[in-house]
Ligand binder design. Structure first.
Ligand SMILES: Cc1cc2nc3c(=O)[nH]c(=O)nc-3n(C[C@H](O)[C@H](O)[C@H](O)COP(=O)(O)O)c2cc1C
Length: 189
């Protein structure tokens, strides 16, 4: 397998985010040759078409960061049975200016954690619909529904449950296989 870089977006800007802990766990558990780097979204202003004539630096950096990686994992909480507004705002930036969709052809995977039993499943379905519109190939299996129990992830991403750690390794391996599959597929304009 060739070396690759996977970007991750955390769909929460909470200072105590459980999903950030999950992202850190993925970073720790990355298979050999795979590096995970964060693509930050917290400095993005609210998107408006008024910016289409000249994107601010934070938005240019955000789109460049997506261009620079081999695939993107979106690690998101569920808010009101959908994705948080901060994540939707970031996705809207990625889709503009018109004709320059950052996720076009980019391999993606979605995963998330919450204390609730459905573990962000509703949010992930909405997110997959958006990624499909962007023409982004998205990992179908395994699905990334991680129920957070107290102490499951430390702040620095240690995982206290072996089954969860094994699942996250398998999840990243499956995403690497998806990235390999699309490595030589030409991207439609
Ligand atoms: C505005 C709001 C809406 C929420 N809606 C849901 C929801 O629909 N489903 C769910 O499982 N949890 C929901 N939660 C609880 C979140 O899953 C929980 O706060 C989680 O820790 C947020 O992720 P984070 O810690 O990474 O920020 C909601 C929380 C907030 C603040």
């Amino acid at each position: 397998m060739t070396d690759r870089t996977i970007g991750y977006i955390v769909g929460s800007i909470s200072s105590t985010s459980l999903n950030r802990r999950l992202a850190k766990a993925l970073e720790r558990l990355a298979p050999e040759g795979t590096t995970l780097v964060e693509i930050p979204i917290k400095d993005l202003p609210f998107y408006t078409p008024d910016f289409d004539g000249g994107f601010p630096e934070a938005a240019r950096d955000f789109k460049q960061a997506i261009d620079d990686v081999d695939g993107v994992v979106i690690v998101t909480p569920e808010y009101s049975r959908s994705i948080p507004g901060v994540l939707k705002n970031a996705l809207d930036w990625s889709a503009r200016p018109y004709g320059q969709m950052s996720f076009n052809g980019k391999p993606t995977a979605v995963i998330g954690t919450s204390q609730g039993g459905i573990a962000t499943a509703a949010a992930q379905q909405h997110l997959k619909a958006i990624l499909s519109h962007y023409n982004a190939p998205t990992l179908g299996q395994p699905e990334g529904y991680v129920q957070a129990t107290p102490g499951l992830f430390s702040e620095t991403g240690e995982v206290t449950n072996d089954q969860t750690a094994d699942f996250l390794v398998a999840y990243l391996q499956a995403f690497n296989a998806l990235i390999d599959r699309y490595a030589h597929v030409p991207v439609a304009a």
